[in-house]
Design a protein around this ligand. Sequence first.
Ligand SMILES: [Zn+2]
Length: 204
Amino acid sequence: MKYIVGLSPTILFIFYLDFLNRALFLLLLYCAFFEKYLLLSVTFYPKMQCEMCGSEKAELYKTKVEGVVLNLCKDCSSFGEVVAPVSKNEAKAKRAEKPAAEELEPEKEVIYLIDSDYASKIRSARERKGLKQEELAKRLALKESLLHSFESGRHEPSISIAKKLESFLGISLVRQEEVEIKQGKKQGQREELTLGDVIKVRKK
Ligand SMILES: [Zn+2]
């Protein structure tokens, strides 16, 4: 004891760190081998979703509720009779099935298109109303030059402006079309749908 007390504080601190290190290592071994891979399971297994309240839990229980067996969390399992705990492998398999089912359903997206004869439609509707370009532009809070470029077919109106024109002039300029997005395009790539893709899909 006297010998240890005689060591410098720095050396003692290093011993202390070494001891902590060993203790942590032993704790990890203990957890892994004697506590049913507790640490590993928390790290590597996905959490499962309770089929009643939707909360994500590490443990679920097969519970019989009014004749139907559901995978429920501990709280919700009190509504029925617990049959057995849900095995991790079962949960993993269920999770793996999910994306496959989603791929079978083709993704659809609604796109808005401006009629190709928008220019003549706008012009004739305006003339029917007996309005000059300047007057119509004022009524819709648009620049006259912009309206002029619509009517001459140089510039396609945006969807929001086209809708304004539709309701004011009583004409139809915008049509909706449902397009199928090619399979394999995932959520993140959705915004990258190019005009080329849309045309390909429509030609089918
Ligand atoms: Zn629950």
